[in-house]
Design a protein around this ligand. Structure first.
Ligand SMILES: N[C@@H](CCC(=O)N[C@@H](CS)C(=O)NCC(=O)O)C(=O)O
Length: 205
């Protein structure tokens, strides 16, 4: 494949997954160039030319280089043909940006790092589990899930009747969270989000 689009990162990253979901929804061919941000070797220093903060993903389309998932996904939607991935009205688009920001600021850390990594990933790697971290994260996770449920209202997806960038931002976070028993217990109190999870995991990569 001779793709014009390159995503730098690794599939384990929720933010890389959000970008790949947008590219796949648009039908844009891409190459995933592996970057292991946890490698702690000279490759990470070289990668800082693309992403000065050393996070993944970074994105390149021809000569155009971009980092920050929300910006990348907006560019993918607006820069390529394919189904629209942002809602039609100003209010729904603002809601979409709100949900992406809420996910970054209040969802990602408790759901992925404090609950999934501690409960699922650490035991798998033979590392100790910090139960205090999990316990402290649970009310934060519940607040995030409650907020998403409230913001979604009765729609099929988070901001519309079809998937938008908000769904692609949140779904990978839920993908990890729901591997933990705590995640399943939290989401089961929100039937609207259980239905959403079934829809988004069936409709996207
Ligand atoms: N604000 C960034 C967040 C990206 C991010 O935090 N990626 C994680 C992987 S999911 C990462 O690179 N972590 C490495 C680190 O924290 O050093 C975005 O929107 O792309």
């Amino acid at each position: 494949m001779n793709a014009e689009v390159t995503v730098f990162g690794a599939r384990y990253s929720v933010y890389v997954r959000a970008v790949l979901m947008a590219l796949e929804a648009k039908g844009v061919p891409y190459e995933l160039e592996p970057v292991d941000i946890f490698a702690q070797d000279e490759t990470v220093e070289a990668y800082r030319k693309l992403h000065p903060f050393g996070r993944i993903p970074a994105f390149r389309h021809g000569e155009f280089v971009l980092y920050e998932t929300a910006a990348i996904n907006r560019y993918i939607d607006e820069g390529f043909a394919g189904p629209p991935l942002q809602p039609a009205t100003a209010q729904d688009r603002a809601r979409m940006v709100q949900i992406m920001s809420v996910t970054d600021n209040y969802g990602y850390r408790p759901l992925v790092w404090d609950i999934y990594v501690e409960r699922v990933s650490n035991p798998r790697e033979g590392k100790p589990v910090n139960e205090a971290l999990i316990a402290a994260a649970l009310p934060k996770a519940r607040s995030y899930v409650q907020a998403l449920c409230d913001l979604m209202g009765g729609k099929l997806f988070l901001t519309d009747e079809t998937p938008t960038l908000a769904d692609f931002h949140a779904a990978p976070v839920f993908g990890y969270f729901l591997e933990a028993a705590e995640g399943l217990r939290v989401i089961n109190d929100y039937p609207g989000l259980v239905d959403w999870w079934e829809r988004i995991s069936a409709s996207a990569a």
